[in-house]
Design a binder for this molecule. Structure first.
Ligand code: PEP
Ligand code: MN
Length: 285
């Protein structure tokens, strides 16, 4: 097959053959193991985030997620605790030796978010915010770039190219579902893109089955499918009281569901011969 010249370069395997590994203080992402990022959709209060971080650390999770600046479809919905949320998330993560990923929505807030986060998340709604991408290309912290809900793979890789070409090569791609005619699930999880991305790009690929499905009961099967499709890991929403969550409660796992997920992920990782990056697997199995 004749190969067409690609519009992207730095993100491609032709440019760099070896997998990009994201080094965090307590773990790595993209080095051949299965990473598990977990936490609430949003940081809501001190008790909530400390309780969740304690639970996750006991499960061996290394990276906690939690939004402080939340991109909400409605301006009347909870918008996040903003800087107070960042402070709480950092305090809870430090207490339990977790790395932190949280979203940055605004170029003016890059420095503030980078002060508290170990990985900065670009949400689906900002994937083509080129000012934001340019700003993130100048920082010395990893960026997780979520796929735009209506973006093609090429547009997504070109968005990543903005970050790399500006000087930041620590980029993680996150598939979180796309808009299709189907509305039985919140989005349509495009799992076929995972092995394709892994062959085209050297960047780590994480799947977020929570935003993709919108239903907590679908998170376990789609997490397993993501790992089997070759993802470097998953990012899932977990809450101590999902029915009271201020955002995305319906797709947030109960603690018990997370424990089951961890056990099944171990089996899936074993089939693939990959280590599962949950430190406490001995306790669970
Ligand atoms: C989230 O992770 O909570 C989130 C808002 O993600 P997305 O940008 O994929 O909708
Ligand atoms: Mn969410």
């Amino acid at each position: 097959m004749e190969s067409k010249r690609k519009p992207y370069q730095l993100v491609s395997r032709e440019w760099k053959q070896t997998d990009t590994i994201i080094q965090l203080k307590n773990t790595q992402i993209g080095q051949g193991s299965v990473s598990v990022i977990a936490g609430p959709c949003a940081v809501e209060n001190e008790d909530q985030i400390f309780t969740i971080c304690e639970f996750l650390s006991k499960q061996g999770v290394k990276v906690v997620r939690g939004g402080a600046y939340k991109p909400r479809t409605s301006p009347y919905s909870f918008q996040g605790l903003k800087k107070d949320g960042l402070i709480l998330l950092r305090q809870a993560a430090d207490k339990y030796n977790l790395s932190v990923i949280t979203e940055v929505m605004d170029t003016n807030l890059i420095d503030e978010v980078a002060q508290y986060a170990d990985i900065l998340q670009v949400g689906t709604r900002n994937m083509q915010n080129y000012q934001l991408l340019r700003g993130l290309s100048k920082i010395n912290k990893p960026v997780m770039l979520k796929r735009g809900m209506s973006s093609t793979m090429e547009e997504w890789l070109l968005a990543a190219e903005y970050i790399l070409s500006g000087g930041n090569d620590q980029v993680i791609l996150c598939e979180r579902g796309i808009r299709t005619f189907e509305n039985a699930t919140r989005n349509t999880l495009d799992l076929g893109i995972v092995p394709l991305l892994k062959s085209i790009s050297h960047l780590p690929v994480i799947v977020d089955p929570s935003q993709a499905t919108g239903h907590r009961d679908l998170v376990l099967p789609m997490s397993l499918a993501s790992v089997m499709a070759g993802a470097d890991g998953i990012m899932v929403e977990v809450h101590n009281h999902p029915e009271e969550a201020l955002s995305d409660g319906a797709q947030s796992l109960y603690f018990d569901q997370f424990k089951t997920l961890a056990a099944k992920l171990k089996l899936a990782s074993d089939v693939l011969g990959k280590p599962l990056d949950l430190e406490n697997e001995k306790i669970l199995f």
